[in-house]
Design a protein. Structure first.
Length: 401
């Protein structure tokens, strides 16, 4: 049967949890495609790279990869971490887009036009808005802009690197350590393909405005116009980021992401042999993922998917739903094999506020959780009067015996 979850029989886990009340069937996926027969998924195309990974954005599931937990030099993909820190510091009110950022002597000397690396071209000892410098860093991969922004946000690049590592730990990047904001080789400056995919996922999810800088195709500073080095922006309209990287020790690197319908994938290719090769391999991975995996929208926020008994309330039941759209990505043809469970407390006692978290709904495939979301109360349940509370207290005691 189509994935109706058979939620009328939605099971709860053990450990003293109550049997769920009969829920309403969930809606069918929005605009479902014609049913696809289950197919054996062929191996992913193998990039010419030292490490690579393809990750599903919705679930964080690794769809394919090799050596993705091994340390690599992140090169200029480091600047995605720099962008994340700048976005977080702006959200926290520490800096703002209109700040005037000085292009210091150090930033110009270590990352400007006189170096072998990429640069933005902002004039030394002059200021530009944080917004412009951040855009120059994202589009032109400007090392000079990255250093200047780090100095502005934290006082020095060394202090900013400490911020980078703090935020990386929050994201869950367990195999990474950053020593600078630009990505040139340095002792103790490393990451993994998997960690970088986590970083890209976090930037897209938490700071979409900053992420959007990465799809800008060119940017002008003074009289210098430079293109974005991500060739996929010109080859596939679904690609909207993220960042290139290259130096002799790191090879050619690319963190890319594309969105088609409700589905988004993130590919990270590290240590490729050329700019052309990293682009071709990344697009092949993205196309493979979109071909053999699909995303379904299971539940919409505000719609009841189950009811649960409530004691001492003005109503006997509370409607449960999800606060955010619940989506799941699965191999094509495996939609009907998904299995739901619902964990809810054994006893619910009023008052209950709208939006209050009450348990969890999980969806598994072949015994592995592929989607999970909190269940929340859709409507509030006010506390009942004295005699109703007394009566319910008696029955709660009786049922506990």
């Amino acid at each position: 049967m189509k994935f109706r979850f058979a939620l009328a029989a939605l099971a709860t886990t053990a450990m003293g949890l109550a049997i769920a009340q009969t829920p309403a069937p969930p809606p069918q996926p929005a605009a479902p495609a014609a049913p696809a027969a289950a197919v054996a998924i062929p191996p992913a195309p193998t990039p010419t790279a030292t490490a690579w990974v393809l990750m599903d954005y919705i679930t964080g599931q690794v769809l394919a990869g090799e050596n993705y937990n091994e340390r690599v030099e992140p090169a200029s993909i480091t600047k995605v971490m720099t962008s994340y820190v700048l976005a977080a510091e702006q959200k926290n009110g520490k800096i703002k887009p209109t700040d005037q950022v000085m292009m210091s002597e150090r930033a110009w000397r270590e990352g400007g036009a006189g170096t072998d690396g990429s640069y933005s071209g902002f004039a030394v000892n002059k200021t530009a808005s944080l917004l412009d410098m951040e855009t120059g860093m994202a589009v032109q991969s400007g090392n000079d802009a990255a250093i200047a922004l780090a100095e502005h946000a934290a006082g020095s690049q060394e202090a900013f690197a400490a911020l980078m590592n703090n935020y990386a730990a929050q994201i869950g990047m367990k195999g990474s350590h950053f020593a600078n904001a630009h990505g040139l080789s340095a002792p103790e400056h490393y990451s993994t393909a998997y960690d970088l995919a986590l970083l890209g996922r976090a930037l897209i999810r938490e700071y979409p405005e900053q992420y959007a800088f990465n799809k800008i195709k060119e940017f002008t500073v003074g009289t210098i116009t430079q293109p974005n080095r991500n060739l996929l922006l010109w080859r596939d309209a679904s690609v909207d980021g993220i960042k290139t990287g290259h130096h002799s020790a790191a090879g050619y690197c690319l963190m890319s992401s594309a969105k088609r319908g409700d589905q988004r994938l993130i590919a990270v290719v590290m240590g490729s042999t050329s700019e052309k090769q990293r682009a071709e391999d990344s697009l092949a991975l993205l196309n493979w993922g979109f071909r053999f995996y699909e995303t379904h929208r299971l539940y919409e926020p505000g719609k009841a998917i189950a009811t649960q008994r409530v004691w001492k309330g003005q109503a006997k039941d509370v409607q449960l739903g999800v606060a955010q759209p619940m989506l799941v990505s699965v191999p094509r043809g495996r939609y009907d094999d998904l299995k739901p469970t619902m964990d809810v407390p054994k006893t619910l006692v009023a008052p209950i506020t709208a939006g209050q978290a009450i348990g969890t709904v999980k969806v598994t495939l072949d015994g592995k959780v592929v989607a999970e979301s909190p269940l929340v109360a859709i409507t509030p349940i006010e506390e009942a009067g004295f005699f109703r509370r007394l009566w319910d207290a008696f029955w709660m005691w009786w049922e506990s015996e």
